[in-house]
Design a protein around this ligand. Structure first.
Ligand code: WTA
Length: 654
């Protein structure tokens, strides 16, 4: 990447200062932050050590803060022992046992409130059930559930017994599930008969059956939650209902004390190759960032009802649903279904009915809901909202202003949080009550996070507004520890430059004249569709697996709601399909990708040609394809192409 390739198209000058009212009550004050930043500068490890002592309950206190002897596999607090579930549940029972931990609302409208005491009992009982099924410390457990409270119960139960969970998003296909179960060598899968989404059941159990039929040799048992009750096959000896598994199990379960570095979970995410990466997180370092960011960035307090709309299948649903809010003793809301069922006011109705005070969602959801007009949110009482957040992709200033004016009624600060599956928690984000906001900017790095924008050699870019690589210059507690079973890919992907000293995020960014960070996009072949990361290679591999396809190239193009839409360029065996044949093939390929990966990966646009445009060395000319996808004038030199006609075919002109 050369820096002059990256140009900012955003020009945003509005600034929103925090209100005096917000400043007066914020969890974190400007003076604290100044002191913290000073401490981080003078005594970096001491800064993190103090926070870890303050926020985590340790069974055995740590004496070492940072151990870099195995760098880039940095270890934090490594001789300390703790249990994450203990920190999320047990420690609240004495003074908050009856407080509501989770308010669950199903898509059909069923509501259930679970207190901290009840949640601890549910988690302990399910933990005992897992043990009875032969799951122990270090075993991998796949969780493939709808967005229901039991998802959090299952995750916490794994943490309680030291099992390593790997949540697979319920929208992923049987194929994707199988690949992840096999890479993790999972012993057990926890699923449901189905989930309610968009008014119909999501066939989770059927997908598990298909994955196991296709071959998951390590999986011994399947625990099935009854949710939709729409009738599924149960295989004798292998499948067991959740309610049968917990039947007779004690509601008390002593937590398994684990080392700080014990893997809490794996979460598969896309990279630039076809194979998803099992991002491995630690216990203590991860928990620490989950706690401090929920407290500082979201300003969570005893009186709040927090709602993060992310599914537990994504990192956001780990840190800002399953762990962080519970570790702080917050009341949170979990909603199972689609934002448009029964109508486009559902989110706002939920905010009103449950008096949500902090709301965290993705720009794609904001843009989608904005389209229905202001009258929809205006017909609900959103007065309890006091803070808003966004994550997943840059938010365009228009959507930011709508969120601010219509949803936040001009009084809620908007926390635009930049982070990744790999970083475990927020890295660059405003602090409410302190940071003046600029729509579209994630503002500044949090205390202790040393972020910068550098050139290829790792030198800081001195000029304001000039793009470069976003890096984090010091290891931090919540960073990923490795890619499961692939230490070398971990080192190559995240520490390729600067002597392996800087963490390379894979995003391009620039810093403006006021020191604000602006994220510009990915530097690798990763698409960002509706705030979800998809590797172009993953989609290409799925397409070429179709018997009629010989070659496929996938690029992104800007999309009003989804951020990016997928465009696929394809050559087929035999003649290039045209007319009705092409239309049929397009439908078939879209359904194929949905089956191979999941509906979110379906290309929006598929074009056929006799060949794909390639350089002399045989590399697909992706820049040319991106220009074609956007319908732009072709400015690249196409004279080296063997068959120049393919460009016109791909443009749809021939
Ligand atoms: C993008 C999601 C701009 C970015 C937590 C990053 C963002 C990738 C923002 C990680 C933001 C996330 N502004 N871009 N506030 N937040 N991104 O792993 O490209 O699903 O690298 O984690 O999303 O996506 P992931």
């Amino acid at each position: 990447m050369s820096n002059n390739n990256i140009q900012s198209i955003l020009q945003e000058t509005r600034i929103f200062e925090p209100s005096d009212e917000f400043i007066a009550q914020a969890n974190i004050k400007a003076t604290d932050v100044a002191l913290m930043k000073q401490k981080a500068e003078e005594d970096y490890t001491g800064f993190w050590g103090d926070l870890a002592k303050e926020h985590i309950d340790w069974q055995t206190p740590f004496t070492t803060i940072l151990d870099d002897s195995k760098a880039p596999h940095y270890q934090w607090f490594s001789d300390g022992r703790l249990n994450v579930s203990y920190n999320c549940l047990d420690r609240h029972i004495a003074d908050k046992g009856d407080k509501t931990a989770i308010i669950f609302e199903g898509e059909p409208g069923d509501i259930r409130k679970i207190s901290y005491k009840e949640l601890l009992a549910d988690v302990s009982q399910f933990a005992n059930a897992l043990k009875a099924q032969g799951v122990g410390k270090g075993d991998r457990v796949i969780i493939y559930l709808p967005m229901v409270a039991e998802g959090v119960v299952a995750m916490q139960a794994c943490a309680r017994i030291g099992a390593i969970h790997s949540v697979v998003f319920g929208g992923f296909s049987a194929e994707a599930l199988k690949d992840r179960a096999n890479d993790a060598e999972a012993k057990i899968i926890i699923t449901a008969d189905g989930g309610n989404r968009g008014g119909k059941p999501v066939e989770l159990k059927k997908a598990v059956d298909a994955a196991l039929d296709a071959g998951c040799p390590s999986v011994e048992k399947v625990i099935v939650l009854q949710r939709t009750n729409h009738g599924v096959d149960m295989q004798e000896g292998r499948d067991i209902w959740w309610h049968d598994a917990i039947n007779g199990q004690s509601t008390e379960c002593e937590p398994e004390w684990v080392d700080a570095e014990h893997p809490l979970f794996l979460l598969y995410t896309s990279g630039s190759t076809g194979k998803p990466k099992g991002i491995q997180h630690s216990s203590a370092g991860y928990l620490l960032q989950a706690i401090i960011t929920n407290k500082w960035v979201f300003d969570q307090k005893a009186s709040d009802t927090f709602w993060c709309t992310a599914d537990i299948g994504w990192i956001t649903g780990h840190t800002y649903v399953a762990y962080g809010p519970l570790a702080l003793g917050t009341t949170q809301l979990i909603y199972e279904g689609a934002p448009t069922v029964p109508d486009s006011g559902r989110f706002w109705k939920i905010c009103q009915d449950h008096q949500v005070s902090i709301f965290y969602t993705a720009p794609t959801a904001i843009r989608a809901l904005m389209r229905f007009g202001d009258d929809v949110p205006n017909s609900y009482d959103l007065s309890k909202l006091r803070l808003l957040g966004t994550v997943g992709e840059p938010i365009n200033p228009e959507a930011w202003m709508w969120y601010h004016n219509v949803i936040g009624q001009e009084k809620c600060p908007i926390m635009d949080t930049w982070w990744q599956t790999e970083t475990g928690g927020h890295m660059i984000a405003p602090l409410p009550g302190i940071t003046a906001l600029k729509p579209g900017s994630c503002t500044h790095a949090l205390p202790g996070i040393i972020a910068d924008v550098v050139d290829k050699e790792g030198n800081s870019i001195e000029n304001a507004n000039e793009g470069g690589f976003l890096v984090i210059k010091k290891p931090f507690p919540s960073m990923l520890r490795t890619i499961w079973n692939d230490d070398s890919r971990y080192a190559e992907t995240y520490w390729p430059m600067f002597d392996g000293k800087y963490y390379l995020a894979g995003d391009s960014a620039y810093i403006d004249e006021d020191g604000y960070f602006w994220i510009m996009g990915r530097i690798d072949d990763v698409l960002n569709v509706s705030g979800h990361r998809l590797g172009t290679m993953e989609v290409e591999s799925a397409l070429v697996a179709h018997p009629s396809v010989t070659e496929a190239a996938v690029v992104g193009k800007p999309h009003e709601v989804k951020g990016e839409a997928i465009v696929a360029f394809i050559t087929c065996k035999g003649d290039r399909p045209t007319g009705d044949k092409a239309d049929k093939m397009i439908e078939e390929l879209r359904a194929w990708v949905a089956k191979e990966i999941g509906p979110i990966a379906k290309p929006d646009d598929i074009r056929f040609a006799d060949g794909l445009p390639k350089t002399r060395s045989g590399k697909i000319m992706r820049r040319l394809l991106r220009a074609i996808a956007k319908g732009e004038e072709i400015t690249q030199d196409t004279s080296t192409l063997e068959n120049e006609a393919v460009v016109e075919q791909l443009q749809g002109k021939a």
